[in-house]
Design a protein around this ligand. Structure first.
Ligand code: NAP
Length: 327
């Protein structure tokens, strides 16, 4: 009897794990961590870039609900004020400041913004820097990219973000603590055909922040790199706004993305992946079985652009298995 029960239990456990992996919306470490830890952010100063819409706006709402004091940045002051009022309407005790800023404005200008941010909330400094702002263009072929596009992408996603970090980290170290939460992307972990520059910029961030962490972790500096796959963001003006996206694309809701980001940060995870399948599976393959993962991506590459051009599902299983129909 026992001889029969053991294999059956084993098969049931494997079936459960496979089902879990097929339906999960984040990497297995992340989704095992439970809820955000309020005590890690309550009363802390959280500075969010790209807070005027999309993931940044929802992150701001959720950090406010956990008692954080917020500094909201992006270029558009009116949109930042809108987000501020939305937060205060929902959480009247919240403390929210708006600090308009262009990440591509250069070191001197960013230095002034860092001083301004540190002096808000009675010179409390900044506890969490949420690097969320990014520039992304519609999908196009790698050889269609121009130097102008390269500069526009890297000025915001890489140069601005890194310069801001270098300006902010010293005062965090003086206070013995500071946490950088970096919205990277699945495109920062795996090839992303049609998004070569965006992917390059996110790989650059991953490399920079992993290095920064290992240099500065003994000085109280923490880093959480978050790599989302496709996320359902309303009113996005990003490369693919919700109205332009094919309805067949399965995207993680923006509220869940923000929640998992805060889970990752407050549980001290160094890296977190947020996505449904098949993107999540490809991330696991490229990370742990790169020969297989990269071989699969080579099969997808050219097809993905054709599908995106026809407004089809650029994250479909059909791309992996050779089907032409994607939408
Ligand atoms: N949405 C997704 O499916 C997805 C997937 C993976 C990763 N991500 C990453 O998640 C983050 C947020 O994505 P999202 O979809 O919410 O983006 P989004 O809707 O396009 O919002 C981008 C934000 O960045 C700000 N921004 C753009 N250029 C800026 C500049 N030069 N200086 C300062 N702020 C600037 C924008 O505000 P202003 O225009 O007012 O400046 C806006 O608040 C990004 O890092 C993105 O790469 C998103």
């Amino acid at each position: 009897m026992l001889l029969l029960a053991l294999p059956l239990a084993g098969a049931a456990a494997v079936a459960f794990l496979l089902f879990k992996f097929a339906t999960v919306d984040g990497d297995l470490t992340l989704v095992s961590r439970g809820a955000p830890r309020r005590e890690k952010v309550d009363g802390k100063v959280v500075w969010i870039t790209g807070a005027s819409r999309g993931i940044g706006e929802v992150l701001a709402m959720q950090f406010a609900a956990l008692g954080a004091k917020l500094i909201l940045s992006a270029r558009n002051r009116e949109e930042l004020e809108r987000v501020k009022h939305k937060i205060i309407n929902k959480h009247p005790d919240s403390r929210v400041e708006v600090l308009p800023m262009d990440l591509s404005s250069g070191e001197e200008s960013l230095k002034e913004h860092v001083h301004a941010a540190e002096s808000l909330f009675s010179n409390a400094g900044v506890d969490y820097m949420i690097h969320n702002a990014a520039f992304e263009r519609p999908k196009r072929r790698v050889l269609e990219e121009t130097e102008k596009g390269l500069k526009a992408t890297f000025d915001v996603n890489v140069f601005g973000t890194i310069t801001l970090t270098n300006l902010l980290a010293p005062s965090m170290m003086d206070r013995g603590m500071g946490h950088f939460v970096v919205m990277s992307s699945a495109a920062g972990k795996v090839p992303s055909p049609g998004q070569a520059l965006y992917s390059a910029s996110k790989h650059a961030l991953n490399g920079y922040f992993a290095s920064l962490r290992s240099e500065l972790c003994t000085k109280g500096i923490k880093v959480t790199v978050v790599c989302p796959g496709p996320i359902e963001t309303p009113q996005s003006s990003s490369a693919t706004s919700s109205s332009q996206r094919p309805s067949s694309e399965k995207r993680v809701p923006v509220e869940r993305c923000a929640e998992l980001t805060i889970v990752a940060a407050t549980h001290g995870l160094k890296e977190a992946w947020i996505s449904y399948q098949p993107v999540l599976g490809v991330m696991y393959l490229v990370q742990y079985m790169p020969t297989v993962g990269l071989w699969l991506m080579d099969k997808i590459g050219a097809k993905r652009l054709d599908v995106a051009a026809k407004k089809g599902n650029a994250y479909s299983w059909n791309l992996l298995f050779g089907g032409k129909k994607s939408a």
